[in-house]
Design a protein around this ligand. Structure first.
Ligand code: NDP
Ligand code: MG
Length: 397
């Protein structure tokens, strides 16, 4: 692969919370990084602005309806694509060193696989990729020698703690959680939670899906699966600990009794900078942590049985095969329905559970198996939601 003076970055999910933080990091370190392509779902003003600001060579949108709008934009010098396969085509044919995958949901899986297949490393925010198809993803990376570099703050912390260490010296990976906005409450008391309340995370400003997933602690379940896949450890080696300050991003306990932790003020630009720079560390003042601001750091146990969404995720990990892909797809639909006011916050786990109840045990034989499982889980979740809505309508009439 040709080496460029500045790392050439293809940024998909460019308009979201992570995508914008990636833009901010690149803006600050233009001598090191270059965004050569941007992709998203819609042709929004934000996407056009990013394409222009970074003088992107390619632009892709998956929303078919935006194709004609894109034609009218002043983007004539760029390779631009629109339609359901647009981002996949962009990842397939663009010239880049690193794919930054900041797409939300299972839609992030195929771009990751294409980039790794081409031998391009992937800075991965899209945890759903590893949840749905972790073993296939890691095998694809090994086959071409490409790397999967985590952006998720906990996994970036663990990755950094493990540098220079042997994998068989790991005793336990400690994933920290802020506990989300409803930590003090019992799940059954959360029936009246509104989307606005669920979107109000105490420490992180994130996109809507991950904010709701953090409020149910489903996100932490996804992160346990992500850690197992990424670091090749057994599920029982990953433990969750509540750390309300979100300063220690995660820890590794080694088999001699030593702990390593990585910490800083919570700011996603730091794990992003690390993933973009790896294997170097780029000198930066982008995030500054003052020790004197943290006089008390606390760690508390998490009673996972009080969080049904977390329980469902851990159960899916135990089952393996295509169950985690189905879990992730079902959650996407359930969270969407909650945000649209169709179901209650406390009904999110019920939708996921209904989909997983009849889910067959099937092995993760190929990418096609995962895509097929994703499609079937969405259909099943759609049916569960339709039945639910009919019941609610009958009650109102
Ligand atoms: P957002 O909802 O803010 O952004 C999602 C991005 O994905 C948008 O750019 C959106 O485009 C794009 N997108 C959605 N569907 C598609 C599709 N089918 N094809 C191409 N692009 C698509 O999400 P976040 O930035 O919060 O999260 C992104 C990922 O990073 C998630 O997997 C999340 O779990 C993970 N993550 C996020 C963290 C955070 O702090 N936000 C922290 C750790 C991990 P458009 O704007 O056009 O809809
Ligand atoms: Mg995280």
């Amino acid at each position: 692969m040709q080496r460029h003076a500045r790392k050439r970055i293809l940024l998909i999910g460019a308009t979201g919370s992570i995508g914008q933080s990636v833009q901010s990091v690149v803006r600050t370190h233009r001598d090191r990084f270059q965004i050569v392509g941007v992709g998203a779902r819609k042709l929004s003003d934000g996407l056009i602005a990013a394409a222009k600001e970074f003088d992107a060579e390619s632009l892709a949108v998956t929303d078919e309806a935006d194709a004609s709008v894109a034609q009218r934009q002043d983007l004539s010098t760029r390779d631009w694509l629109a339609g359901s396969q647009a981002v996949l085509q962009q990842v397939e044919r663009a010239d880049y060193d690193l794919l930054v995958n900041a797409v939300v949901g299972n839609a992030g899986l195929e771009p990751t696989m294409i980039a790794l297949g081409r031998g391009r490393s992937v800075a991965l925010a899209n945890k759903e990729t590893l949840v749905a198809a972790g073993p296939l993803v890691m095998a694809a990376a090994t086959a071409t020698g490409a790397q999967v570099l985590p952006i998720d703050s906990e996994h970036s912390a663990i990755f950094q703690c493990l540098l220079g260490e042997m994998r068989d010296s790991i005793r336990t990976i400690w994933l920290t959680t802020s506990g989300g906005p409803f930590w003090e409450k019992s799940f059954s008391d959360l029936q009246s939670v509104t989307p606005d309340a669920a979107l109000g995370h105490p420490t992180w400003k994130m996109g809507p899906k991950i904010s709701v997933d953090s409020a149910t602690l489903f996100n932490k379940g996804l992160e346990v699966i992500e850690a197992v896949r990424l670091f090749g450890v057994r599920p029982e080696q990953v433990q969750i600990v509540a750390h309300r300050q979100s300063v220690v991003h995660s820890m590794v306990e080694f088999n001699d009794g030593s702990f390593k932790a990585q910490w800083s003020v919570p700011d996603m630009r730091l794990p992003i900078l690390f993933a973009l720079s790896y294997p170097d560390r780029v000198p930066s003042q982008i995030v500054e942590t003052r020790l004197q601001d943290f006089q008390r750091l606390t760690f508390e146990p998490v009673a996972s049985e009080n969080f049904p969404c977390l329980q469902l995720a851990l159960h899916a990990l135990q089952r393996g095969g295509t169950t985690p892909a189905a879990l992730s797809a079902a959650d996407e639909l359930a969270v969407g329905a909650f945000l649209n006011g169709q179901i209650l916050f406390t009904e999110i786990p019920q939708v996921i559970e209904s989909v997983l109840k009849g889910w067959p045990d099937e092995s993760l034989s190929s990418l096609q198996t995962v895509l097929d499982a994703d499609r079937r889980a969405r259909t099943a979740a759609g049916k569960v939601l339709a039945v639910h809505l009919r019941k609610v309508e009958n009650r109102i009439c």
